[in-house]
Design a protein around this ligand. Structure first.
Ligand SMILES: Cc1cc2nc3c(=O)[nH]c(=O)nc-3n(C[C@H](O)[C@H](O)[C@H](O)COP(=O)(O)OP(=O)(O)OC[C@H]3O[C@@H](n4cnc5c(N)ncnc54)[C@H](O)[C@@H]3O)c2cc1C
Length: 383
């Protein structure tokens, strides 16, 4: 690991800004393809301190649109492959998604090939489910649960073994495009409020700083618009649930999901509250909101489940809720890996693969790339 104080004018082939899943997966994929030297700048003192460490760890392949589903399916495939050299990374528990065409279109389901289950078949897994929340139950046996700290650790190992480096506690500041080609990036200790303590140079740049990406790139005259929203996770005791392996279950219509987590249960009431980057509060009490949400569909005894802990994390969306990946047509060498919304765990390895491809010269499909159509108000280019 590089010390933040040692960053003074070194030149890298690629600098990645952000050491969450998107940034580490991109850097690891680049390293594996012989691209070096690579540096990841991460403002926190450990990887995955923000969204990548504050999620539910569900591998869910069926998404709200077919393009995102394609990345989710590829991401899940890469997770299963990684499992072969990283034991216990992934538990293929399967998933039960209770949904309708307004939430997941047929073109997404066609890529996943789920089975439709009857209400009785769902209750064999979850007898606690009382009133049916509406919609159909889709059983996807290849979904499951991933150990996110293990994934982050395995990406760090890949990065370092591929000759890459990470500077923790190193916040990237303003980026300047150099007349001679490439970029110069200011570096500050930990946060944007601190003075500049160094700079690094690079030929290509990957922006993977999640909720901060719009503010960050706007300050470097590469404006984009992103929406940051807060969502909670609540851990309760198991309330007498047995410890058998169950699929996770998600009611898109009622707006909650649940996964077993050791002896506890992880719930989300699917809040989606607009927020500023790094500001982690909700307007309602997380527990009250969750109890109200599940009341209609869950066994009344679920109401006596004991809250053990909770957290709030941030999901960051592009205006059309599709990811922003690949090189920006406004600036050669400037690549995006942002707007992963609620699918960044499932898709991380597929995002890394695609953005690394873009750095190495592949075109990005229009669905993912920056364009005026997607980001209407964002048409300035670097000076
Ligand atoms: C409650 C919740 C549940 C979720 N559940 C799931 C799920 O079950 N399955 C799923 O697939 N997805 C899930 N997600 C979504 C997933 O967590 C995100 O899509 C993913 O973690 C985004 O990763 P990221 O690397 O883009 O962002 P982040 O993990 O936030 O990484 C960005 C990094 O950039 C760093 N940074 C910021 N500014 C700078 C700077 N100037 N210089 C250097 N570093 C900087 C930050 O410190 C941070 O570490 C969930 C999200 C939430 C909030």
């Amino acid at each position: 690991m590089t010390s933040v104080s040692g960053l003074s004018g070194e030149r890298f082939e690629v600098v990645v800004i952000g050491g969450g899943l998107a940034g580490l997966a991109t850097a690891a994929s680049l390293g594996a393809q012989g691209c070096h030297p690579i540096l990841v700048l991460e403002s926190e003192t450990a990887p995955g301190a923000h969204s990548s460490g504050k999620n539910a760890g569900l591998v869910r392949q069926a998404a709200e649109d077919p393009q995102t589903t394609e990345l989710c399916v590829r991401g899940a495939e890469l997770i299963r492959r990684r499992q072969q050299r990283c034991p216990d990374l992934f538990q293929q528990s399967g998933s039960l998604i209770i949904s309708d065409e307004n939430h997941v279109p047929a073109s997404s389901w066609a890529q996943v090939e789920p089975q439709i289950l009857s209400e009785d078949a769902v209750r064999q897994h979850y007898p606690e489910l009382q009133a049916w929340p509406g919609g159909q139950a889709y059983w996807t046996p290849t979904d499951g649960i991933i150990d996110v700290p293990k994934l982050l650790g395995s990406l760090m190992e890949d990065l370092v073994s591929g000759g890459g480096d990470v500077a923790f506690g190193a916040a990237a500041g303003r980026v300047k495009k150099l007349d001679s080609g490439g970029f110069q990036i200011e570096v500050r200790a930990s946060s944007s409020g601190n003075p500049v303590i160094g700079e690094v140079l690079c030929d290509q740049l990957v922006i993977a700083n999640g909720a901060w990406a719009a503010e960050f790139s706007g300050a470097s005259d590469m404006p984009i618009s992103l929406n940051v929203t807060n969502r909670g996770c609540l851990i309760t005791d198991s309330g007498g649930f047995d410890n058998q392996v169950r699929p996770w279950i998600w009611s898109d219509l009622a707006g909650w999901y649940l996964r077993p987590m050791g002896d506890s249960l992880l719930w989300s009431a699917c809040e989606e509250e607009e927020a500023a980057a790094g500001v982690l509060n909700l307007s309602t009490d997380l527990e009250d909101y969750w109890r109200e949400k599940v009341k209609g569909s869950w066994d009344p005894s679920g109401q006596s489940l004991k809250r053990l802990s909770s957290w709030v994390g941030q999901r960051t969306f592009c205006p059309d809720r599709k990811f922003l990946l690949g090189e920006d047509s406004r600036c050669h060498g400037w690549h995006w890996a942002v707007g992963l919304g609620g699918h960044g765990v499932t898709c991380a390895l597929a995002v890394g693969e695609r953005v690394a491809g873009s750095v190495l010269g592949e075109d990005t499909p229009a669905d993912w790339a920056w364009s005026e159509d997607r980001f209407v108000s964002s048409s300035k280019s670097l000076p």
